[in-house]
Design a protein around this ligand. Sequence first.
Ligand code: SAM
Length: 346
Amino acid sequence: MTHPLADDGQIGDVPPPVRMYEMLYSSLVSQLLIAVAELGVADAIGDEARHIDDIAARTDAHPGALYRGLRALASVGVFTEVEPYTFGLTPLASTLRSDVPGSMRDLALYVGLPDRQRSFGALVHSLRTGKPTFDHVHGTDWWSHFAAHPELASLFNNAMGSMSVMVNSSTLDAYDLSHVRKLVDVGGGHGRLVASLLQKYPEMTAVLYDLPRVVPEAEAVLAELGLADRAECVGGDFLESVPAGGDTYVVSWTIHDWDDDDAVRMLRNIRAAMGDSGQLIIIDEVPPEGDTPHFGKFEDIVMLTLLTGHVRTEAEFTDLFERSGFRHKETRPTRAPTSVIVAVPA
Ligand SMILES: C[S@@+](CC[C@H](N)C(=O)[O-])C[C@H]1O[C@@H](n2cnc3c(N)ncnc32)[C@H](O)[C@@H]1O
């Protein structure tokens, strides 16, 4: 495979120092997205393009400064300056509205949490030690910090809800679950995946399993969607045990939070809870080996910085399964960065 860095040091037509300059400043895109999400700019613009003075008045912002922010974001396809000083939403900007299905605004607010951002500012600690920078910066681990700050935990779960809406529709298209009768979603969060599955498959019932403090929030989401009669929410610790009786166990966007020993503990608990004819479905990123670009390689840095887990290749998943009584059956890519990884009892 040809490396993008050609022999003369050029990357395409861009000299490496110029490309490096752009890459070093690329976090400003993220910072600006967080800032406009905090201000509620996408909601303020809505369906009609608006003059910057109007947008600034609606968001309590400084018109000149907000103009510079929106102009920069318009240059990367977020917002569009339809005429001088008048901005509308692009499809990308629309994902920051709070009133759209699959809104990414909560995710933007979560990514912008100062506690989280401080960890990325000191990421070199993780590269030096292999340990989470979050613990180094805050003197406590991620999960304990969130347990002590319920308002952050709620934002985290809302953000995971945004992610799961993005992941779920792609997963539902990629893998047929019409044969499933009772599904257990392990670490099911706010129940967005359970909700999508129950809506798609009217014969299915589900158990959502998560930490006790998350359960009332999941119950509220499922009740609001009219699904409470087919979904039971159970609180507990998947490192200790998992509810029995499902024919399919799903672990979505969760196993990468954990190191191999804890991941094996969780999977063994699932194996113990599952009959011999059950199946395990993991929804997660599975980056290819080598230089091939894949978003999972950056999600892995989030895990390195905040937690003790890591994003796994297919070979690493196969190894995990072998250690916990499963056999890898197949991996299916989806339109999202996640794949559907299926394992069955060994
Ligand atoms: C990254 S979130 C993913 C949530 C959901 N599966 C999704 O796709 O949006 C991880 C979930 O695992 C839950 N969790 C963390 N530790 C747990 C434990 N020891 N036992 C049960 N659930 C746990 C968290 O509360 C959270 O809902």
